[in-house]
Design a protein around this ligand. Structure first.
Ligand code: C2O
Ligand code: CU
Length: 477
C-alpha cells in the first residue's frame, strides 16, 4: 500500500492531557478489501465547507458564534477521523464578509487546552489579532472583532497558540474567510457556486483512519496524501462556465506547484492581499504554505465528459494528483467574464525609512531551533519598532536548505526583488506571505499600517514557527 497506514498508535497529545482518537471506529475489513484504495485519487466529490450564518446582524456588524471543539471527519470511506475543528468540522465553516461591514466572531474554547484565532491576512487591531501569547483558556470565550476595512481578499483563520500550531492546524483548526468588496463586484467575476475556496493540505493516516503526525522540526511535516477541502484528491463537477478557484495552501510545510493537465491556461486574478492590477495567464503556479492564489478557469473550452486533472509538479508520486475537474453538460448563459483591462491600481508606497536584513538559519547547539537574525521567539522582547504608516525594506536572506514561507501579521507587503530572478507579475500585488527559497534573498516592502501595536512575523512552515522562528514588531506612533 502506498500510504503509510502502518501504525495503530494515535496519540495526539496536546497540552499534556488531551488524547484525541479514543473513539471507537467500526469498519468491516472484508468490505474494505474489495473497495478501491481509499487513497486512490478522484473517488470522491469535492466537499464544500458550509458558509457560517451570523447569529445576529445589526447596524453594520455581523455577529458569529463559533465553538472550537473536537469532532469526527468523514475522510476515508468506512472510517471517521478525529479532528479539532471550528464548529467541530474540518475544514472549518467559511466566513463570507463584506468590506465596510464589521464582523464579530465569538469564539468559545471547548477544548481542554489553550487556543486562539488569528485572521491571516487581515487588517486587525493587535488585541484581536490572535497573538501567540493571547490565548483563550479552556471553557473561556473571546470576541474577535474584525473591521473588514480592507480590499477584497481570500483570508483564512486558524489557531495560533504558541508552540503547538503544527499539531492544531494539522488536526483541523483552520477555515476560509472570504472578504468581498464593490470593486470586485464591478468586475463581473464568477459568483456564488462558481466562486470556490479550495483548501489544500497533505496528511497521513493511521490504520484506524486517524490522522498520523510525526514531528520533524527541520523539514516540517510531510504527508503522503493530498486533501482538498478535507477529501482525498477529489473530483469536482464543473459546468461549462468560468470558475473562480481560490486556492489556500494550509499544509504544515509542503509547497506545491500547480498545473492543469496538458499545460492548459489558468488566469491568475489575485494573490494573498487581493486583486492584481491585471489578470495574468499562467500554466503553472507555485504555492507555499499559507499563500493564497485565485485563478479563473474557463471550462467552456472543454466538451462535456472531459476530465481535467490538476497536478502538483512538486509532489512525490502519491502527492502529484491534487484534484480533477469533470466537465458536465449545461451551464446556461455565462454572465461572468475574464477581466481584460486593469482591475485596480495598487497604492504607491511611501519611501522606505530603513533597510533590514533577516537571516533565516538553523541552530542546533541546544536542540534543533530555527532562528531569524540569530534569535528565537521571546515574547518579552520587541525586535523592531517601525512607525505607523511608514515602510521599510526587509531582506529575507535564506542560507539554509529549506523553503521558508515568511509571514507578517496585521499588514501587507510588496515584493521588491528576488536574488534568483525577476519577480513574477503574479507576485507583484499585495502579499502577506512569501516563500523564500534555499540560497535566495527576497526583498519585501512592508507597509506598517493601519494599526499601532504588537504583532509577530514568522515562518509559516508550522514546525519552524513553533520552534521558534518568530519575532515581534511594535508599530509605534
Ligand atoms: Cu497564518 Cu502567524 O499565521
Ligand atoms: Cu521556515
Amino acid at each position: 500500500m502506498r500510504n503509510s497506514m502502518g501504525s495503530f498508535a494515535l496519540l495526539c497529545t496536546i497540552g499534556g492531557t488531551e488524547t484525541l482518537g479514543g473513539k471507537k471506529i467500526v469498519t468491516s475489513a472484508s468490505r474494505r478489501a474489495k473497495a478501491a484504495s481509499p487513497f486512490a485519487p478522484f473517488q470522491r466529490d469535492l466537499p464544500l465547507m458550509p458558509v457560517l450564518s451570523p447569529v445576529r446582524s445589526e447596524r453594520g456588524v455581523d455577529v458569529y458564534d463559533v465553538d472550537i471543539r473536537e469532532g469526527l471527519a468523514d475522510i476515508l470511506p468506512g472510517f471517521q477521523t478525529p479532528i479539532y475543528g471550528y464548529e467541530g468540522i474540518y475544514p472549518g465553516p467559511t466566513i463570507r464578509a463584506r468590506k465596510g461591514r464589521a464582523a464579530i466572531v465569538r469564539q468559545s474554547n471547548r477544548l481542554s487546552f489553550d487556543t486562539n484565532v488569528h485572521l491571516h491576512g487581515g487588517y486587525v487591531p493587535a488585541a484581536h489579532d490572535g497573538h501567540p501569547m493571547d490565548v483563550i483558556k479552556p471553557g473561556a470565550k473571546f470576541d474577535y472583532s474584525y473591521p473588514n476595512d480592507q480590499d477584497a481578499a481570500f483570508l483564512w483563520y486558524h489557531d495560533h497558540a504558541h508552540g503547538r500550531t503544527a499539531k492544531t492546524l494539522y488536526y483541523g483548526l483552520l477555515g476560509a474567510y472570504v472578504l468581498h468588496d464593490e470593486r470586485e463586484q464591478e468586475l463581473d467575476l464568477p459568483r456564488d457556486e462558481y466562486d470556490v475556496p479550495l483548501i489544500l493540505a497533505d496528511h497521513a493516516f493511521n490504520r484506524d483512519g486517524s490522522f498520523r503526525y510525526a514531528e520533524n522540526v527541520d523539514l516540517g511535516f510531510r504527508g503522503d496524501t493530498i486533501l482538498v477541502n478535507g477529501a482525498v484528491a477529489p473530483r469536482m463537477r464543473v459546468e461549462r462556465r468560468i470558475y473562480r478557484l481560490r486556492f489556500l495552501n494550509a499544509s504544515n510545510a509542503r509547497s506545491y506547484d500547480l498545473r492543469l493537465g496538458n499545460g492548459r491556461a489558468m488566469v491568475q486574478i489575485a494573490s494573498d492581499g487581493g486583486l492584481l492590477e491585471r489578470a495574468i495567464t499562467r500554466t503553472s503556479v507555485p504555492l507555499h504554505p499559507a499563500e493564497r492564489i485565485e485563478l479563473l478557469v474557463d471550462f467552456r473550452q472543454f466538451r462535456p465528459g472531459s476530465e481535467i486533472v490538476l497536478h502538483n509538479d512538486a509532489g512525490e508520486p502519491s502527492t502529484k494528483a491534487v484534484m480533477r475537474f469533470d466537465v458536465v453538460r449545461g451551464g446556461g448563459v455565462e454572465e461572468a467574464r475574464i477581466p481584460r483591462g486593469r482591475m485596480r491600481t495598487l497604492e504607491r508606497l511611501p519611501e522606505p525609512n530603513a533597510s533590514r536584513r533577516w537571516d533565516l538559519t538553523l541552530a542546533t547547539a541546544s536542540g534543533v531551533q530555527w532562528q531569524i537574525a540569530g534569535r528565537g521567539f521571546d515574547p518579552t522582547r520587541i525586535d523592531v519598532r517601525p512607525r505607523l504608516g511608514s515602510t521599510e525594506l526587509w531582506q529575507w536572506h535564506n542560507p539554509s536548505n529549506r523553503v521558508h514561507p515568511m509571514h507578517l501579521h496585521g499588514m501587507l507587503f510588496r515584493i521588491v526583488e528576488r536574488s534568483t530572478g525577476v519577480v513574477h507579475p503574479g507576485e507583484r500585488g499585495w502579499k502577506d506571505t512569501i516563500g523564500v527559497q534555499p540560497g535566495e534573498t527576497v526583498t519585501v516592502q512592508p507597509w506598517f499600517t493601519p494599526y499601532r501595536g504588537k504583532y509577530v512575523f514568522h515562518c509559516h512552515a508550522l514546525e519552524h514557527g513553533d520552534k521558534a522562528m518568530m519575532l515581534q514588531l511594535e508599530v509605534v506612533a
